[in-house]
Write a new protein. Structure first.
Length: 295
């Protein structure tokens, strides 16, 4: 199959590390991702709240370009982008809705648009746990990971099709194959409040603080994420969360691709690890020590 890559706007800036680690891991797994030519913002987060047809048109433009480029599937690392792309595909099953969307485009979208999936799902589809394990050079043994999906990756279930919406397990499967010790984290699909980060900072601080507190209390070395908004919220705003919870946090929040990359012996600089706000020094030290590299 031919995969078109939709990086999303965050991969160009705040989630540059996610983009780097995604590219490095996919290359190591033999997955070729080619950017959608002249891709543009899908309008994720604000657009659908203002105008569903305009939001779908922004997505349809990118999907149509991918279709004309011969893509069988559009792949994106961002759950928010994925949610918008899949919602557009779902709504455009309605001929009347599709007609109104087409009126907003330069020309009608292709009748057959490629489906959209996440990078995580693509990895899981092409490489099972045994295969991933064979590619591990330096296992994540001894590293306790709290997997955190956020609220968008698996919901709404009929659109996202990501397994159990309350208890997805794909990230656990992938990281366990990399040798990590996975914590059964009960808040893994609870909202961190990132979307309310500007209008309701106090609410966001409490939501993210609850996640950080439980991960800390359960002995996690790191929280693994797959969402740029969640990562930024739990990492960049950790001091705000600490103030709201009246306790200190020093919890690294890393993309699952960064952790996979370490296990596959990809250099940290090629994974964007230096961009993290909360230093993962303790995680890297344990990783090195458990792989014979000392502190």
């Amino acid at each position: 199959m031919k995969y078109s890559y939709f990086p999303g706007c965050s991969q160009e800036g705040s989630a540059l590390d996610y983009g780097k680690s995604t590219g490095a891991v996919c290359a190591a797994l033999g997955i070729t991702l080619r950017d959608i030519p002249t891709w543009s913002c899908c309008g994720s987060t604000p657009a659908h709240a203002v105008d569903e047809e305009l939001s779908a048109a922004l997505c349809a433009r990118n999907l149509d370009i991918a279709a004309k480029d011969g893509a069988d599937m559009v792949v994106t690392p961002c759950p928010s982008c994925l949610s918008n792309l899949r919602a557009a595909l779902y709504r455009m099953r309605d001929d009347h809705f599709r007609e109104r969307v087409n009126e907003l485009l330069d020309e009608p979208a292709s009748e057959k648009l490629p489906d959209a999936t996440s990078v995580m799902q693509l990895i899981g589809r092409l490489h099972d746990a045994e295969d991933i394990g064979k590619r591990v050079v330096k296992p994540l043994k001894g590293i306790k990971i709290a997997p955190y999906y956020g609220c968008l990756m698996s919901r709404p279930a009929k659109i996202m099709e990501f397994g159990d919406p309350e208890n997805p397990v794909l990230m656990e499967t992938i990281l366990a194959a990399c040798g990590a010790e996975i914590i059964d984290f009960p808040l893994k699909t609870v909202c961190c409040g990132a979307a309310s980060g500007i209008p309701e900072r106090s609410l966001t601080a409490l939501n993210s603080g609850r996640i950080l507190a439980l991960a800390t209390d359960m002995g996690a070395d790191v929280i693994a994420v797959a969402c740029p908004l969640c990562q930024m919220n739990l990492d960049l705003r950790q001091k705000q969360a600490a103030k709201a919870m009246n306790r200190l946090f020093d919890m690294p929040v890393m993309y699952f691709t960064q952790l996979m990359g370490l296990a596959m012996n990809i250099a940290p600089e090629n994974l964007g690890i230096e961009q993290l706000c909360v230093s993962p020094r303790a995680v890297l030290a344990k990783f090195a020590a458990n792989n014979g590299g000392g502190k």
